[in-house]
Design a protein around this ligand. Sequence first.
Ligand SMILES: [Fe+2]
Length: 297
Amino acid sequence: MDSVYIDPVLSDEERRAHLYRGQLFVYSPTAASMALIEFTRDMIRRAFGTLDPETAQFHMPVEEYAALLAELKPKFIHDPKSKECLRAILRDLRCDLEKTYFDVPRMRTATSDDYLTSGIAYAFHPHRDTWYSAPQCQINFWMPVYAIDPENAMAFHPRYWGEGVRNGSSEYNYAEWNRTSRASAAQHVKSDTRKQPKAEEPMELDPQIRLLPPPGGMIVFSGAQMHSTVPNTSGRTRFSIDFRTVNIDDVRGRVGAPNVDSACTGTTMGDYLRGTDLAHLPEELIAAYDTAPSVVA
Ligand SMILES: [Fe+2]
């Protein structure tokens, strides 16, 4: 990886080829991305009532705050409007909706000053999504809901694009995780005991790259990219939206970023929905990626 493309005029094919080589993309807000931002802000506003969502954490007991997010986040994910906006965003970015499959958009929060960094507001340690059973062709989209600065952004760790890290991904299986851990996220208020794939050797996190698009601006990157949540010291909670896509040609052809160190089993392939009609990928393609754990726990 060596480049950050800003609003390039490229086809989706060309962009994917660059993403699989580790390049990063930043897009300015579009009408569709701003529609998603407005919809999200409205939902957040209703949840927090009279409190400013970016500073509400300083005025609420943490358990109450976690409970509020536990209600707000699934509501956002399951609202048909968020999927609708997402299709329009992909269209704006020249994706072929017949071939592009997306996972439902998620709302994330990164609270300031270590107020809540576990469970429902998990502060992501450096990781690749491919440690979590995402395919090598997964592409991630990330956008801030309110203005961000370096103290509450997300970070990329470019050294590890081409270099593996010893990590715990071999113990991660997506189906197993869904069965046991995800439902309990809201219970992890003080600490998070769920076993996640992490680096198992010291990492060199600097130099790192923190891209700062405006609200509704998008960072696009490969799911194999090493990235993390910046420890938030900004005094404001960061709200962001992210979603993932795969292109069926790449799924079929096993095209994607090189795998330098992911050893997880299972697959997220069953989660993606076709841009046109929300159909799942064909069963046989999902099954082809669904590897079983080598050791049965
Ligand atoms: Fe991630």
